[in-house]
Design a binder for this molecule. Structure first.
Ligand SMILES: [Zn+2]
Length: 250
């Protein structure tokens, strides 16, 4: 049954529907009220507030969504799921379908969201999720080696954010665990020679998952932070009159 509770803003951003037609995907869409349980809405609020905090661009103006409640089995049918299509800041757009061209930024967004939702299905997961991030809270957050979506995320993080390339196949094995072990040592979350068994490593990954996600988000957003800082310096130099006026050159 559709939850009574509904919203059209999350953490200060307008939430709009961009699936009225195929052509409206990835646009700012139209104003809509989205139905979800109150508890789930609370989690969305916390997750996006966290995202604005972590992302150097700050709060987005618009969150474009493909929907929340749908009369079907699973998390959407229980009012506990959200499909994220796009985010719009004044100076940048994030569209889920552009993952291959914008992978580090995408992984940073996903890292923040994974701190709040146990299930996040993305571009890499399957063809049905190429154009949105599906978020739901039916499963707890953390690292679960049996969950393909979480292993895929670990592998893409290792490969694209931590410069430790591994095969991205969603199956955890010696290669992924070796790279994860070295990463934890680098982050000071494991001493050399410890966590030799697969079980010990997986348990530790689960324990420190929030920290790993936070570092991943920082790395994924780092390029943007640099650009934003440069822009700020440029703007303040302009304000101080240090930049030669355009007319000087003519
Ligand atoms: Zn979904």
């Amino acid at each position: 049954m559709r939850p009574e509770n509904s919203f059209d803003r999350i953490a200060g951003a307008e939430v709009r529907y961009d699936r009225l037609s195929g052509a409206s995907y990835g646009t700012r869409g139209v104003a809509t009220r989205f139905h979800a349980t109150e508890a789930f809405e609370g989690k969305l609020r916390a997750a996006f507030a966290d995202l604005w905090e972590a992302c150097p661009l700050g709060q987005a103006d618009v969150i474009a969504s493909g929907g929340t409640f749908a009369d079907k089995p699973g998390a959407h049918g229980r009012g506990r799921a959200f499909d994220l299509d796009a985010l719009f800041w004044p100076e940048r757009t994030f569209v889920a379908r552009s993952y291959p061209q914008d992978c580090r930024f995408h992984l940073a967004v996903e890292a923040v969201l994974r701190g709040h939702f146990g299930t996040v299905l993305n571009y890499r997961y399957n063809a049905a999720h190429r154009d949105h991030l599906h978020l739901d809270d039916l499963a707890p957050t953390g690292f679960v080696p049996e969950h393909r979506s979480r292993v895929l995320f670990l592998q893409t993080m290792l490969t694209h954010l931590f410069d430790r390339p591994v095969a991205v196949d969603g199956i955890i094995g010696p290669e992924t665990r070796g790279a994860a072990r070295r990463l934890l040592q680098k982050l000071d979350r494991a001493s050399p020679g410890s966590l030799e068994s697969a079980q010990a490593l997986d348990d530790r990954l689960d324990d420190v998952w929030p920290e790993v996600l936070a570092v991943a988000a920082r790395r994924g957003f780092a390029q943007h932070a640099t650009t934003a800082a440069r822009l700020d310096r440029f703007r303040s130099a302009e304000d101080d009159g240090e930049r030669p006026a355009a007319g000087d050159a003519s």
